[in-house]
Ligand binder design. Sequence first.
Ligand code: RIB
Length: 299
Amino acid sequence: MVGSINVDLIQSVEGLPRPGETVLSFRSTRLPGGKGANQAVAAARMGAPTRMTGAVGTDEGGEWMRRLLQEHGVETDGIRSLEDYSTGLALIAVDCSGENQIIVNSGANEAVEPFHIGALAQDARALLAQLEIKADTVRALFTTPGAEDRIRILNAAPALPEAHGLFEHTDILIVNQHELAHYVALDVAPETAEEALVARKLISRPDQVVIVTLGALGAVAVWQDRHFHAPALSVNPVDTIGAGDCFCGALAALLDAGETIESALPLANAAAALCTQKEGAIPAMPSRSEAEAALTGGV
Ligand code: RIB
């Protein structure tokens, strides 16, 4: 895993502010986050041996994040503490329906360089990355010697133009419907599994798959010649922060353990649904047994 590490400052508000508007929050919370860290914890909670490459500052937030990752079973030797940078910071507003807006200051995440990737661990079957670090660093991970023999999973979030150059080196691309709209240049985001089949435009090899997450409608995996739709569990979200990350980390862990996409998607969906039932990202990541219980018994 290579990715971002952030401290999340969460403001709970009645309604999200419109441009130019000031709103009062009724609660402020400081929680661990960052798409990379969230996905690493989700994978570890799903039972995968998880190593993370990334960077934090030498500030209190960085020490806090490293300690929390370790407590969740993530190996942190590949996380560098950089004196000249502050730890990544995300300002997050969450409204009463669980919808959110996020602004990220990258801090040390922008200093995760291609040469930090190093050699791949012998036993790492799945490689997972997102786009809160430099695209060149993700390219270095996916093109490093031996990477083509692993499962290279890219969560292309946030949507960035430079992601297109990574798709040819990716085996499994994961996007939500808004990111999909960005990458295939649609004005309106696909809303249904049928509409999400437009993801085929991003496939250039028969062995590639695009997985589109559709919120309450679950996720659909799209290959060149077929697709597989796994519906979501029905939940009332407390907040949706990190739910997509939970899905990505859980899915990577299950594929790393040798499961197929068809067998892994329902459990990854169940994990993501559980993640919406608690505040924040990392504190909300469920264990494998919790996700399995939700899948069989409901949330
Ligand atoms: O995907 C959710 C994450 O996005 C938050 O934890 C925040 O840190 C931003 O990176």
